[in-house]
Design a protein around this ligand. Sequence first.
Ligand SMILES: [Zn+2]
Length: 701
Amino acid sequence: MKKAILLMVIVSLIIVSFKQKVKSENPLLNDFDTPYGVPPFELIKVRHFKPAFLRGFEEQKKAIHEIITNKEEPTFENTIKALEYSGELLTRTGRIFGSLNSANTNDSLQAVNMEMAPLQSKHRDDINLNDTLFRRIKSVYENMDRFKLTDEEKKILEDTYKGFVRNGAGLSSQNKEKLRKINGELSLLSVRFGQNLLAETNAFKLVIDREEDLAGLPEGAVVQAAAAAENMNLKGKWVFTIQYPIMEPFLKYSERRDLREKLFSAYFMKGDNGNDKDNNEIISKIAKLRVERSILLGYKSYADFALERTMAKTPEKVMDFLGEVWNAALPVAKAEALAQQEIIGKEGGDFKLQPWDWWYYTEKIKKEKYALDDEMIRPYFRTENVIEGMFYVANRLYDLSFTKRSDIPRYHPDVLTFEVTRNNKHVGILMIDNYPRASKRSGAWCGAYRGQSRDINGKMITPVVTMVTNSTPPTADKPSLLTPDEASTLFHEFGHALHQLLSNTTYPGVSGTSVPRDFVELPSQIMEHWVFEPEVLKVYAKHYQTGEVIPAEIIEKLDKASKFNTGFTTVEFLAAAILDMEYHILTEPAEINIREFEKKTLDKYGLIPEIKPRYRSTYFNHIWSSGYASGYYSYYWSEMLDADAFQAFKETGDIFNPVVAARFEKEILSRGGTRDPLDMYIAFRGKEPGIDALLVNRGLK
Ligand SMILES: [Zn+2]
């Protein structure tokens, strides 16, 4: 499945240089004296962030003041470009803080987040609602033809102008005040949602003290649970948590139905327990405020507002798309449920299939049908080998080389750092951070400590990219061995990383992954097509003990198995995507009862009770706290794109076809957000994408 990427809020408003004459004791205020602009992690302390943010606000304010007091007529150079390059310190600080707060957080970092979130929101509003600034931008926009602009500059001008309008620049001062208040409240609520979720995820532990209660579990899971227990001073017992990679094997293999229920119920009740970490009221408030905000800005609903600048553009188009896939997948999911119920009957079980049974019986059927289970496959997917495999693919497609560097600062000992080069020329830095820990939020994502761009004098700034996952960690006697899903996730995040690394734009605001949400998953998801290609598996999927290449029959079974259970995975995902849309097409700003709303909505679409949405409302981090509101559909939308785009390689009979790869880099990966996404896609593919390849790939057609 597709993971969240940390779409670092692309502060579209950037920077003027902040040369420090005197070195500060605060490393965040100095030029980084490190290779390739990697942050000096070992010097950065929590207490350094607040002053860096405050100084960042101040510097950008000063830069904006210079723009608006400029006596000359507004031009692209003195207004748009100046704005693009204002706020360098703030952007850099925000990127470092955001990345660390997701990958390696602690209570004091979270406290800084609570304190800074409303200030950041206020600062953005101060810029976005500045009348004088807006008048200058509007003037440049309306006189666009008078300036000799590149296509990239025209796109930035349009993005900037529309961005201001969408942020309320055209509003009366009274409405602007309202907007500011709503923005401040929303940002606080989002932070609180995320903190509750992390606390709820960490709070639950299933402690097992009798060995017989471990029945069915693979050795790896047991060893890990014993180690987890020891860490909690529960030596001799076993601890399972509701972190997904810990919970999933338990759901697949545990023969103890009651314990599966206990664990999975704790998972799907996260944030919905009526305690002080309950998220219901927070969500209800967020949904209401979003409607209010959208109406204030002249939109019917939040979805209308959010989709305007995407590839899909309207809620109707998204709902049609989701409906089409839903209708293809629901009957398949129902048939899958039936097949499981049959097995339950055959085994003499006298109960109805429940959500916590799905993984268990699916695994049984899969084993029977394909004689294949994750534990048989894991030995071939050692993390180090999978990483080697994805580097191989990047080398064949884009001629990139990766060299491990241990002389570059890291924020945690788990981080692996690589220098990326092409023809011996430095391209960027890639950090990979693989294993779960309490300080890391769940899921997987990719971000950048420094994005690619050219500085105000045209000098190339190379990217410092970070990809973070929560995959199966090594144990005392075994290396990290991945499930096929986890291997896909690595390739997926690596695709985002390539989008950052191969970015070749001028302006920072449109570089790398600064593209609409329903386009951003194309570069990542297309990478997943190479993971299980026999030609690629031969290179990296080697048994960690014997070095034997994964046998051809396993590969074939893997392929067949990849179309197995797709009714479930599609419906599980779409149920969440539909929830997302239904919350955001609301046109009345009213607080709603979340539990009722969720149930009513899912009933309306006929979701079967054996399946829970991939995310229920109270832990749907994507839409309440990380920028994917009205955007969760975009993973499948992008899947339509990636399925269709991979066909471009397949059609030539060569999955490494250099001409197609070069075109993919030129028209998509290198361009960041410098063009309309549909135009980029057509430039690559020669035509618009269709839904067929997606349905065929999923075995739904
Ligand atoms: Zn992604």
